[in-house]
Design a protein around this ligand. Structure first.
Ligand code: AHG
Ligand code: MN
Ligand code: MN
Length: 331
């Protein structure tokens, strides 16, 4: 049951000290994600599962829903007058707001649908977004988007799972809202989320073990050796293969999530993308008292050099991430 002590997103934002245009943008993104949630819910009923038969700039096969969700976010946000431009995992280049439309000072970056491999098997997927500010509202170029994560003014995700949950930060803590399916309002269900500093749960795709670098291998080996090993405790493992769902679990009950650099393709810094996956998730995790690093340094301090740049990601409970960092710095 919701009541007057559990405000809607709109009421919650009215109480926050943030620019009005930023609040309006968050409300618009939430509306788009409500539409995405409806589309995801209908799935095969609307014949929107399966491959679209195309690929994105990163060489990945696009699912029909990757394209549908990208279009929902573009169409809903193009004429709000709040944005100077958008960028997405599913578009090769940035999308400046066309000349004939009103513009604002924000840049919206997104992974419209995260967890592509889970779409057809009805496992949780999500949308990830990052918001930057620019002083250049006309004729934005890619370089306007290449800002380190520390400069994000807001970031968040919407998880399409058993419940649809919006989680975001505007730099003053992390707050979670559950979509009420009858009123279609996002209702505050958890505020000032804090990640426990310690954990007994790690999250990594174990099938890549033979390709890992020594510090990651050492850390996971020590977790696996449990009570008898140097960590003196048994660990549990989870891997949903949707970053949104895995990070949501870390924010909810702690844990460490890793998609590290590995030797499969040594020139690739990692699998996950810096600007619309790692940066927004790192902002959330740090706002919730956790850490997020690429191995040796905080992800939020990395200066991006291109739009679809990839990065090694290790994030979650503070003491565990600090240990993995120590192993990297020593090696
Ligand atoms: P996307 O579907 O947006 O391309 O992202 C998928 C990512 C991420 O969500 C997840 O953590 C990871 O890929 C899973 O990778 P594996 O299939 O290698 O486990
Ligand atoms: Mn993704
Ligand atoms: Mn995606």
């Amino acid at each position: 049951m919701t009541n007057s002590t559990t405000p809607s997103l709109e009421i919650f934002l009215q109480q926050q000290d943030a620019p009005e245009h930023l609040k309006a943008l968050l409300i618009q993104v939430a509306k788009s994600c409500d539409s995405i949630s409806r589309a995801v819910n209908r799935g095969a009923l609307d014949n929107i599962l399966g491959s679209a038969g195309s690929g994105n700039i990163q060489g990945e096969t696009q699912q029909k829903l990757d394209i549908i969700t990208n279009n929902i976010l573009l169409d809903d946000n193009v004429s709000t007058g709040l944005l100077a431009g958008m960028a997405s995992e599913e578009m090769d280049t940035i999308y400046p707001i066309p000349d004939n439309l009103p513009k604002g000072k924000y840049l919206l970056l997104f992974d419209p649908l995260d967890g592509s491999s889970n779409i057809d098997v009805n496992v949780s997927i999500g949308t990830i977004f990052s918001i930057l500010e620019t002083n250049q509202s006309d004729a934005v170029t890619e370089s306007d988007f290449l800002k380190s994560g520390n400069l994000q003014v807001a970031a968040g995700y919407v998880l399409y799972g058993p419940q649809t949950i919006l989680t975001f930060t505007i730099g003053s803590g992390v707050h979670m809202f559950t979509l009420d399916p009858s009123s279609r309002s996002f209702i505050l269900t958890k505020s000032n989320v804090l990640i426990p500093e310690d954990t007994k749960e790690f999250s990594i795709n174990m099938s890549n073990m033979r390709h890992w670098d020594t510090p990651v291998k050492r850390y996971v080996d020590e977790c696996l050796s449990g009570k008898e090993g140097p960590r003196n405790k048994d660990f549990n493992m989870r891997w949903i293969a949707s970053m949104v769902a895995d990070v949501h679990r870390v924010l909810t009950r702690g844990g460490i999530f890793m998609y590290p650099w590995d030797k499969r393709d040594p020139n690739k810094p990692g699998k996950l993308r810096l600007l619309y996956e790692a940066n927004p998730m790192s902002f959330l995790v740090e706002q919730a008292g956790g850490l997020s690093i690429n191995g040796t340094k905080p992800i939020l301090t990395i200066q991006p050099s291109h739009l679809h740049e990839r990065v090694s990601v290790i994030l979650g409970s503070k003491n565990e991430v600090a240990l993995v960092q120590e192993y990297h710095l020593k090696s």
